[in-house]
Design a protein around this ligand. Structure first.
Ligand code: ATP
Ligand code: MG
Length: 434
């Protein structure tokens, strides 16, 4: 994947280029928007990472002009906390995503991989594939039929699923197949914003609402008018914001911070969670009334290991996409698919796609063989197996087993392991278990 970085901050540019090159991307970076547009018209970049505030041409103009010279380019805007609503404008101009600075490289990488696998979906439609959602398992078919049933209503929808199962994909289908498709689709992630910032982002504020509020700021709820607001990781929303959201869902009315006037807008709320929300509810961290309101219409996306029947189609889908976007015809042997089927894929579809992409890039051959897949898988496993006799790795395996047996319900697994919840959470972080 070829990436263009546009940022006037030389140190950030260097740091990001290095990090992306280390991860196998081809990278060029420039200081000015004008240079980016010129380079973009000369070379076929797959993606651009663009700083919002630059002297001369700003990020918004760069997004627009790059899109004119290369309609397929994936633009990602980087912005400071203060200018999120301008960043939202960039989405209207065709940017794929915006991300607040300072940002973590793995978040950027996740955005890049998701965008590249979705890009071809936006431009081409594969026969029998509904809005980029591949899979023929009864579970996926049921999800698609639920989406089709509820897409045009204004009921809030709660999407539940582990990381990488396709929650955002389903949220996008709910919007882009609905009567709101010409309105904005605005994503916001509660886990990435501090509570007071989240409140400010959602509801906006009036001039003088608090020290430093020197200007009026429109909230994302108002910006999403006529479209969909996708609130990701809602379990991380704090109770004060939850109260405002509940009121908005029930009445369509909200009040910007510091304002005496209320606003009414028409926004469909779609929310997503990847952790055990019932636990948050019983611990009193998440309002029961809001939870029940959201749960009224929910879509549960099972982990990939519980619908392995989808794997062959997902693999074919990825292979087809890859062949088209990379202009490199690749295939996969049935024996290779068998090996893929035998894996648990705890990182779900995202992990599967990332693995296939790595295999296709590392393998010189245009055929993904069983041999190549096996050698990559054993390479990935070298670390744990090297110390497989150690106490620690036994602990990791045992914890993993119990977590799986409890469908990754942390409280239940902690009980089964005879330790408390916090200890288990600490161990999960330490051993990178998700
Ligand atoms: N059924 C599917 N068909 C095709 N692609 C899929 C499917 N499910 C997921 N994907 C792809 O897998 C990647 C991850 O999906 P997505 O971002 O929607 O997951 P998520 O549940 O929102 O994950 P997270 O909780 O980590 O944000 C994306 O590239 C998406 O396009
Ligand atoms: Mg997501």
């Amino acid at each position: 994947m070829k990436i263009l970085i546009v940022d006037d901050d030389q140190i950030f540019r260097k740091h990001l280029s290095k990090a992306l090159i280390r991860r196998g991307y081809e990278v060029e970076s420039v200081e000015k928007g004008e240079d980016a547009v010129r380079l973009g018209s000369e070379r076929p970049f797959d993606a651009a990472i663009i700083d919002m505030n630059m002297p001369g041409m700003n990020g918004l103009q760069v997004v627009k002009e790059l899109k004119d010279v290369n309609p397929a380019i994936i633009s990602i805007i980087l912005t400071g906390y203060g200018s999120i609503s301008t960043a939202v404008d960039s989405i209207k101009l065709g940017a794929y995503h915006y991300q607040t600075k300072p940002c973590n490289i793995s978040i950027l990488e996740k955005i890049l991989t998701d965008a590249s696998s979705e890009r071809s979906i936006i431009h081409k439609s594969f026969e029998g594939i509904y809005h980029g959602i591949a899979g023929k398992s009864p579970q996926i078919q049921k999800i698609i039929s639920t989406v089709q049933k509820v897409k045009d209503s204004s009921l809030p929808v709660l999407i539940y699923g582990e990381s990488g199962t396709g929650k955002e994909l389903v949220a996008r289908a709910l919007h882009f197949d609905s009567c709101r498709k010409d309105g904005p689709f605005i994503p916001i992630n509660c886990a990435l914003l501090k509570p007071d910032l989240l409140e400010n982002e959602l509801f906006g504020h009036v001039k003088g609402a608090f020290t430093g509020a020197s200007d009026i700021k429109e909230g994302l709820i108002a910006i999403a008018d006529g479209g969909t607001l996708f609130i990701d990781e809602i379990a991380d929303m704090n109770p004060a914001v939850q109260a405002g959201l509940l009121r908005f869902i029930e009445t369509g009315i909200f009040r910007p911070l510091g304002s005496v006037k209320e606003k009414k807008v028409n926004v469909r709320i779609v929310t997503a969670i990847n952790k055990d929300i019932e636990e948050e509810v019983s611990a009193g961290r998440f309002r029961k009334d809001l939870y029940y309101r959201l749960k009224g219409c929910s879509i549960d996306i099972p982990p990939l290991r519980e619908r392995k029947g989808d794997i062959p189609e997902l693999v074919n889908y990825f292979i087809k996409n890859f062949s088209e976007t990379q202009k490199r015809p690749v295939t996969v042997t049935p024996a290779a698919v068998e090996v893929i089927l035998s894996r648990p894929w705890h990182g779900n579809v995202r992990e599967l796609f990332r693995f296939l992409e790595t295999a296709l890039i590392l393998g010189e051959d245009n055929t993904l063989s069983k041999h190549l897949i096996n050698s990559l898988l054993s390479h990935n496993q070298e670390k744990p197996s090297a110390s497989s006799s150690s106490l620690e790795s036994r602990e990791v395996n045992y914890i993993k087993e119990q977590l799986e047996a409890c469908r990754w319900n942390i409280s239940r697994a902690a009980k089964a392991l005879g330790i408390d919840r916090r200890t288990l959470q600490r161990k999960m972080v330490r051993y990178n278990l998700r």
